[in-house]
Ligand binder design. Structure first.
Ligand code: HEC
Length: 280
């Protein structure tokens, strides 16, 4: 329902754009150029994730969407201020009224709308999908060999399902310890349970060609490095450069059709719209 309203939809594109186009930084930049604590997961296909964030602390996209608005290290707003800004503009009020039937926007409607928008960010028709559907020439021999290696060495124990990941939390550094300067402890940071330390949501591998750098700390800047590390730390296998190249070739077949957007002209502010204070 909501996505039929293009101009409202575009407002929320602004929130999501830096993430899904991939700023390709190890961690994202927040208000006042603050350095974020963790690599931003892609919003592409994020509706397929079992929960949101690397540690799963938001149960779904709607629960996630409220976080960055009020986080002092991200948008440094408050929910009240965000809603006041929207409600100060007749253009937005009309859009919210058309969609939700209410005279004023609430944070609940805002997070509903953001989640509905994110649900549209799917990437179908990858070459791998075409191959699975029976189009035999959709993959080259090298890519098929890479897929066989991926399956036979056990990568699919964690990266499985429609998003090739996103459905479970697993220890990073199962066979050997992962060395990182990043302070995130994954699920353990939430539960305080030792066995959950360094358990992170298995990322989707769809579009992984586009979502560098890799891992929660953003420390692997190429797919080759990420595959090498996964081989050694998760399945106890030191791949040859040739094997790594084959797996990488397979992973690149998971790139699907990307969502495209026309940037909208946003509704104008009024004299009552709270003014931005970017430097104070
Ligand atoms: C035991 C579960 C498990 C297995 C097996 C596993 N992975 Fe992973 N994979 C993960 C987790 C968890 C992460 C995220 C780790 C982090 O960021 O700290 C990850 C991350 C990745 C990433 C980076 C994605 C991103 O967006 O950052 C790639 C690429 C990857 N895995 C490929 C593979 C390959 C190839 C194999 C087989 C050699 C494999 N994985 C085996 C759990 C697993």
């Amino acid at each position: 329902m909501w996505v039929a309203n293009p101009s409202l939809q575009w407002t929320f594109t602004i929130y999501s754009l830096p993430v899904f186009t991939g700023a390709h930084l190890k961690t994202s930049i927040g208000h006042n150029w603050q350095e974020g604590p963790i690599n931003s997961p892609t919003v592409l296909n994020s509706s397929m994730n079992v929960a949101q964030f690397w540690d799963g602390r938001a149960k779904d996209l709607k629960a996630q969407a409220g976080g960055p608005i009020a986080n002092p290290g991200e948008m440094a707003f408050t929910h009240e201020l965000a809603v006041d800004v929207l409600n100060s503009m007749p253009g937005y009020k009309a859009e919210f009224k058309a969609v939700f039937g209410k005279d004023a926007a609430t944070i609940d409607m805002v997070t509903d709308a953001i989640a509905a928008f994110e649900e549209t960010l799917t990437t179908p028709h990858s070459r791998f999908d075409k191959w699975l559907k029976g189009q035999k020439n959709a993959l080259t021999n090298t890519e098929k060999e890479g897929y066989t290696l991926f399956k036979d060495s056990g990568c699919t124990a964690c990266h499985y399902g429609p998003a090739v990941g996103g459905n479970s939390f697993q220890t990073m550094g199962l066979v050997a310890k992962y060395d990182t300067k990043n302070k995130a402890e994954g699920v353990g940071g939430l539960t305080g349970v030792d066995a959950d330390r360094m358990k992170f949501k298995v990322p989707t591998l769809r579009n992984v060609e586009l979502t560098y750098p890799y891992f929660h700390d953003g420390e692997a800047d190429t797919l080759e490095k990420a595959v090498d590390i996964m081989g050694k730390l998760q399945v106890g296998r030191a791949y040859t450069p040739d094997e790594i190249a084959k797996i990488v070739a397979f992973l690149k077949t998971l790139t699907g059709k990307q969502p495209t957007f026309l940037m909208p002209i946003l509704p104008p502010s009024t004299n009552d719209t709270p003014k931005p204070k970017p430097f104070g």
